[in-house]
Ligand binder design. Structure first.
Ligand SMILES: N[C@H](CCC[C@H](N)C(=O)O)C(=O)O
Length: 290
């Protein structure tokens, strides 16, 4: 049996997008992992599953997000932009502003006339319990309007901002993202016991007009861009007095614009379709093998 898919990216953060509206999909973590595998599967940072709106809901669709490690997660900003491009291009909706349910709540992406997409990502959260971040025994150090927290990383102390965009982010500010220890410290932060649900680790560098940003993503490793990570880092920069809204976020895969005035975070950026294809389900591990 064949499974149709669409390969897309948002600022270089790449996705396999699967239509769960016109085909019934129910995979195990091992099957999601295989689809995302860059050698034995199709290859992607995340796999997105587009589903019909839940019965009785006031949304147009539901969209589910699976990291390359096969784990389902709460939110994906670049994925939200690709979701809109997908449902419009596939003729699944005539709307251009779409309400979509995710594991962490309803977001509202909108396809702009110039082809870019703006997403109301909802409000950020900072309280440790809402990240979740275990702050027991730690004393925060205020920086502007922000609380920074001392995180032990490989014998060093990194002062991080903790932000939830529905998914957890730990953001630190560095002098130069190009030399930041993303590959060495990113996984240590991701798996820190202070983050019981693990965490996405952002490394941000203030620059005129905004920030440069690299993100070691939970369940995927370093990606070329992270939409929720851009939201989290932009909000932390504004709270620390290191940037003003709208924040231009320069990622290795492209430019995202983040606006925040204390309420919802609005993210604007690109979404591109690369190719469509089919995968033979026999290439996936059997459901009972995981
Ligand atoms: N790795 C993230 C999910 C994908 C987020 C990212 N690709 C984005 O664009 O927001 C997490 O585990 O929370």
């Amino acid at each position: 049996m064949k499974l149709r898919f669409t390969k897309m990216h948002g600022a270089g953060n790449d996705f396999v997008v699967i239509d769960g509206v016109r085909q019934r999909i129910d995979f195990t973590p091992g099957q999601w992992r295989r689809i995302a595998d860059r050698h034995f599967g199709i290859g992607a940072d995340q796999v997105l599953l587009v589903e019909p709106a839940p019965a009785g809901s006031d949304v147009d669709f539901r969209y589910r997000i699976f990291n390359a490690d096969g784990g389902e997660v709460e939110q994906c900003g670049n994925g939200a932009r690709c979701f809109v491009r997908f449902v419009v291009d596939q003729g699944l909706t005539a709307k251009r502003a779409i309400r979509v349910a995710t594991m962490s709540g309803v977001i509202e992406p909108r396809l702009e006339a110039d082809g870019r997409i703006t997403v109301d990502m909802g409000p950020p959260a900072f309280e440790p319990a809402r990240i979740p971040f275990d702050a027991a025994g730690l004393a925060p150090r205020p920086q502007g309007q922000d609380d920074t927290w001392p995180l032990a990383v490989d014998g060093a102390t990194r002062w991080i901002s903790v932000v939830s965009m529905g998914n957890p982010h730990a953001v630190q500010f560095v002098d130069d993202v190009d030399t930041a220890p993303v590959a060495s410290e990113g996984p240590l932060i991701e798996h820190s016991p202070r983050f019981p649900a693990r965490v996405n680790a952002g490394f941000a560098q203030p620059v005129p007009g905004g920030i440069r940003l690299r993100v070691w993503e939970r369940g995927a490793g370093e990606t070329l861009a992270c939409g929720t990570g851009a939201c989290a880092a932009a909000v932390a920069a504004i709270r620390r007095g290191l940037a003003i809204s709208p924040v231009q976020v320069h990622t290795r895969g492209g430019l995202l614009s983040i606006a925040w005035d204390g309420g919802s975070v609005f993210m604007t950026g690109p979404a591109a379709t690369v190719f469509e294809g089919e995968i033979d389900l026999a290439a996936l591990p059997s459901p009972d093998s995981e």
